[in-house]
Design a protein around this ligand. Structure first.
Ligand code: AMP
Length: 442
């Protein structure tokens, strides 16, 4: 690698600048607001864990563990891995902190970067950002239904809309842009028989399948349902269906989840091929896909139940269910739908100084406005008044407060509304009220 390349962001990573940074911020704010309504509290786990947490939690035979992990040995010889997802880390943390001991429950949400060594393309990166939630200790189907409702609530709050009626992803603009897929993957009782039947089916049809799917007969036969190769898709359409193997408990659980979603008016499609890439899923799995703007990387978020994960990570049997949202893909979907997230970090006011003798006055006025809670900046570089106006425009300020010798002599400022371009004189002691007027209407 040339020195020039070493000073660029590594392949598959991106600097979040400008609208990308504001977008990630806005997603986090929306998530915090929506998830709080469902009783979720934040959790932050380390960006790296002992490799074992992911190898055991996600499953050795998965693509994520087999091919995509950033694993390294630290100076003391420990094998550590940058987290490829956050569910295993959150469950590890919950076990360590005894959050779910004695039948207790916990509802936790997270936001942060994840790392997978994948082939980068639009909507697929090596460092990407996820928002996610985990409901730990909940067994009943109502928890599954609430999880789906919360994820749907998040997307609808952002302005995306549900696709109604059509099984095809070719949603028209007036028929929404979100499709919810729902499936059950059975449990430790009923899945093994289905898994064996799938392995047998793959072996019997090996000739027509891609090499990867042929290998899957021995490693992870269910993943063959996920293969995008057209020949494999055709053959796998005739594969054994889990529905024929489900135990009574799993069948009943899924029926109740669906009944609750139906009653809540959620639009979804049952998709028996939805298996998702991580081994820990049991029973309910779900995924939101978007029709436009994302090509093959159209899954914006998804999740499912993971009733065996606690034991895999050394805890006592504890049910759990969660989801993860892909931030980049969600932002791309919003862009494709023409939805602009409001930038709550915007500067509201710019204090411009029209007289060099009044710079300190402008600086102190800015400080006082900030103390009163206004988002306000002033010039720190002795710029001309014209340049200060340009800076105010660039900052997106809604108002400019102009301090000049005249205004100062009269004990006030000129307040310019940047949208209407109108100006009026405001006495100093009425400025705060003038700037915050109308705030409560928003
Ligand atoms: P998963 O953890 O694989 O269930 O992924 C959950 C969501 O994260 C997906 O639906 C995607 O939106 C997003 N995602 C997963 N992998 C990547 C990646 N390499 N780059 C960008 N987003 C991703």
């Amino acid at each position: 690698m040339s020195t020039k390349d070493s000073f660029r962001a590594p392949k598959g990573t991106a600097d979040l600048l400008g609208s990308a940074a504001a977008g990630w911020d806005a997603l986090q704010q929306t998530a915090r607001r929506v998830f709080a309504r469902y009783g979720y509290a934040p959790v932050y786990t380390p960006v790296f864990e002992h490799t074992e947490v992911f190898a055991r939690g996600i499953g050795e035979a998965t693509d994520v563990v087999g091919k995509e992990m950033y694993t390294f040995t630290d100076r003391a010889g420990r094998s550590l891995t940058l987290r490829p997802e956050n569910t295993a880390g959150v469950v590890r943390a919950a076990i360590q902190a005894h959050l779910t001991d004695n039948g207790q429950t916990a509802k936790l949400f997270y936001a942060g970067p994840m790392f997978r060594y994948e082939r980068p393309q639009k909507g697929r990166q090596r460092q990407f950002y996820q928002l996610g939630a985990e409901a730990l200790g909940f067994q009943a189907p109502a928890a599954d239904a609430e999880m789906v409702l919360m994820l749907r609530d998040f997307y609808l709050t952002l302005g995306l809309t549900e696709t109604r009626g059509s099984a095809s992803l070719a949603a028209s603009p007036d028929n929404g842009n979100l499709v919810l897929l729902l499936n059950t993957m059975g449990c430790a009782q009923c899945r093994p028989a289905w898994r064996d039947a799938m392995a047998g089916y793959i072996r019997a049809h090996a000739d027509g399948l891609c090499q990867e799917c042929q290998r899957r007969a021995d490693t992870n036969p269910l993943r063959a349902l996920d293969c995008k190769n057209p020949a494999c898709v055709d053959i796998m359409a005739g594969a054994p269906k889990l529905a024929d193997y489900l135990c009574d408990d799993c069948r009943e659980h899924f029926a109740q989840v669906r009944a609750l979603l139906d009653a809540a008016g959620v639009v979804y499609q049952l998709d028996p091929t939805l298996v998702r890439g991580l081994d820990y899923y049991t029973r309910t799995v779900f995924e939101f896909q978007v029709a436009d703007g994302l090509g093959s990387q159209n899954a914006v978020g998804g999740g499912g139940r993971y009733d065996g994960l606690f034991e895999q990570l050394g805890g006592s049997p504890t049910p759990g269910i969660g989801f993860a949202i892909g931030a980049e893909r969600t932002l791309l979907a919003l862009e494709a739908a023409g939805i602009i997230l409001s930038d709550t970090n915007r500067t509201a006011v710019y204090v411009a100084c029209a007289d060099a003798d009044l710079r300190d006055t402008a600086f102190l006025l800015t400080t006082a406005l900030r103390a009163a809670g206004v988002s306000v900046v002033c010039d720190l570089q002795d710029k001309s008044l014209k340049s200060q106006f340009k800076a105010a425009d660039k900052a997106g300020a809604g108002h400019v407060v102009i301090i000049g010798a005249d205004e100062d002599a009269r004990g006030g400022v000129t307040l310019r509304d940047m949208q209407t371009k109108t100006e009026l004189f405001v006495p100093r002691d009425e400025l705060l009220a003038a700037l915050t007027a109308g705030d409560s209407e928003n």
